[in-house]
Design a protein around this ligand. Sequence first.
Ligand code: RBZ
Ligand code: NIO
Length: 337
Amino acid sequence: MPDAAMAEAARARQGVLTKPPGSLGVLEDAAVMLAGLQRTPQPTLDRVWISVFAGDHGVAAEGVSAFPQAVTGEMVRNFATGGAAICVLARGLGATLEVVQLGTVNDPGELPGVRRVLIAPSTANFCEQPAMTAAQLEAALQAGADSVARAVAAGAQAFVGGEMGIANTTAATALACALLGEAPAMLSGAGTGLDAAGIARKQTVVRRALDRHAGIADPAECLRCLGGFEIAALTGAYIAAAQQELPVIVDGFIATSAALAAVRINPGVRDWLLFSHCSHERGHRRLLDALDARPLLDLGMRLGEGSGAAACVPLLRLACALHNGMATFEQAGVSTA
Ligand SMILES: Cc1cc2ncn([C@H]3O[C@H](COP(=O)(O)O)[C@@H](O)[C@H]3O)c2cc1C
Ligand SMILES: O=C(O)c1cccnc1
């Protein structure tokens, strides 16, 4: 549990800083929440840890992405050479970035800065069989937990999880539909840029997957049957982060589907999640609502990789700076209401 007394003290401080109470809106809420999570009256976000998990998806064979499957492995190389969006964002934030390759059909081999935790070249096509075996799910969850352990050892103050995996918006959609009992039409979106016909095909694919794995109530089993290596790694990371009291900044649609699985597996995880942004991906708002989440940003982003969470960090840093640095009415000799 976060420190409720610390959060309450932080809320009280917000009320006596030289501004109308509540006038900094969500920035106040964010500082208060971080005070409770970090168990300190002066929350800070100097040390941010970013783990990007990469894995391929068997369901890519159904033609559900605008891009070919080879892109997952090609992007792993791009992460290593620093050219991906998340690399630029991490550099801009002074954040630590690690890439965890869980399995790609197109294997770029050993690369500097890329941790190889190879589970399989790809998940299975979940229209036909469970995406993962029990052992593969376990390995993916553990890979996420291991990243959190490294983040904690490095003294990180927040954890950002990113993902790379062509067709993973289809996996995230199927997983979310199963967890929420929602119809595929409600959550299926364009992903990397499908046209209307592509989205219709994606809906059919998700419908087939839900029919193939109907009647599963257990959230971990939903994750095994319909998720992906990188999605399960995010779920494992979020659970481990909550257990180790490391605040999490959740990224977009795919990350939120992993967060929903994590919260369904262990409801206590919810308290440790800050939601960064509402992605342009169709089903994201519905997922956020299911988690009773109010994201800070809505920038029309739809990239993944942890990019939306990273974009939120400067704002959270400013929220902390305001909380820690503003004068009180008493200190500044300003009249109260
Ligand atoms: C070059 C490139 C870089 C990316 N970085 C993240 N994604 C994002 O797009 C993919 C999901 O969309 P879909 O389900 O439509 O395949 C994931 O890899 C996600 O992280 C990328 C996609 C591409 C093409
Ligand atoms: O919201 C996301 O995370 C997202 C949306 C589209 C494609 N990739 C990621």
